[in-house]
Ligand binder design. Sequence first.
Ligand code: ATP
Length: 511
Amino acid sequence: MSEMTNDSLTGSARMEKIVALCKRRGFVFPASEIYGGINGFWDYGPLGAQLKNNLRDAWWRDMVEAPPIGPDGHPLSIVGLDSSIVQNPKAWIASGHVGGFSDPMIDCRESKARYRADHLMVLRPKEQGEYLALFAFLEGEPEPALKRAKKVLRLSVHLADFETHLLSELNEEERSKVYGPDAAKAGTLTEPREFNLMFKTYVGATSSEDNVAYLRPETAQGIFLNYKNVLDTSRVRVPFGIAQVGKAFRNEVTPRNYIFRSREFEQMEMEWFCAPDEAASWFEFWSKTRLEWWKSLGVAEENLRLRKHDQDELAHYSREGEGTYDVEYRYPFTAPDFGELEGVAHRGDFDLTQHQEHSKTKLQYFDPETRERFMPHVIEPASGLTRGVLAILCESYFVDPERPSPEIMRFPSRLAPIKAGVFPLVNKDGMPEIAEKLYLELRTKFPTQFDVKQAIGKRYARMDEAGTPFCFTIDGETTTEQTVTVRDRDTGSQERIAIDSVSAFLSERVG
Ligand code: ATP
């Protein structure tokens, strides 16, 4: 068995392979594919839905059912919530989203394409010829701009012949010399304009401005809206957390990088309510705890990092607090750099104060011990469930060039969509019956797949691509010796174990 690698392919070549496998094996499909798709929307197929549920369940388990141990050595108090996607629009005015949840966008007058201004970069020749020409590209994708440069400059140039700048750093004259990513002529990009990312809809039978409502752009606000309900009805006391998983919608200017940035996605967010003078230390605690959580799932340490935001990157709510840490992952399209996986924001008392003011409902916390009243501060670990699925897909993709079907998804067993495969070696001599009986037993405890079709090697390969840790094969010896073959996904090695120990074998390894 050759050494298996997950870095023999890098960058876009690696990403293309992962996307192709996900399509072929039913992890992720473009939404409305038979109608040509719809940009920024994705559907999760049989394996993808199961993988996503497993990641969601792992988060819920480690956040709500068995929350982390706090700095005092005792378990933290966190409760769950499932709030509505559509809320009273006044909530989004109070939260600052209607007024301020926007990204700067730039249009191209020629191609009609639209870009997020802070994602647009330009190539500028190190040696300027007779006239200046600059070539815009979307961060991380300079190749098309280089191609355009070769054509316009009529020179065989390389990336090393250019400096890279943010488009926003250019002066007006330089901007007029920029070729947009999809334009044939220079100077077709507009000045940046703010574009609100909220999806609007209408509630009820008339579509007038009075009936406007919004699809939530984050799950967090549903938590703030229910903070008082939870406090009044459960036995939580500050400090405590409320956690929620669910869909969020953002009309992203440039959805891209597969499911990394989509217009409909899922978040796993927890709001941690604490005393103002303890917020700074909880901020540090949650940043580290969340980084460790991703590691505990099996994401390699060298592919993760914690990065504190610069002041100019902070969201409107975070400016009130101490800032934001990002847990970042090294995605193939950001490598060797990192991209956001989860944000841990110090939101101060921004949200509760805003909602108190706008709703005229008292939201201050009364501490029964000190008999003091104060507005809790909030630390928010906010991760993307669908973006997490992407990180797990990228992390698990391995290639073993010596296998006939070299692609293997080495999912951590906790997340693997299918935990075990059960196969009869051939469809005769009582093997299918024994295999089905074993399958029926195993599936009461583990998601198990029963497969009777095709040669055994093909069935193993299918399970490797689905990321199934173990396969059990019923063969001629099973009837005489009461044993089965176990095949290990990662090593491809096989051993025999007693048929009645299969369930215990699995419990020990994937239970
Ligand atoms: P960005 O700056 O990249 O637009 P953000 O910092 O605004 O993202 P948050 O508001 O902090 O993102 O959202 C919390 C998490 O939700 C992010 O860390 C990410 O995992 C996920 N997320 C945000 N926007 C998207 C999206 N468009 N598609 C998929 N996941 C997203």
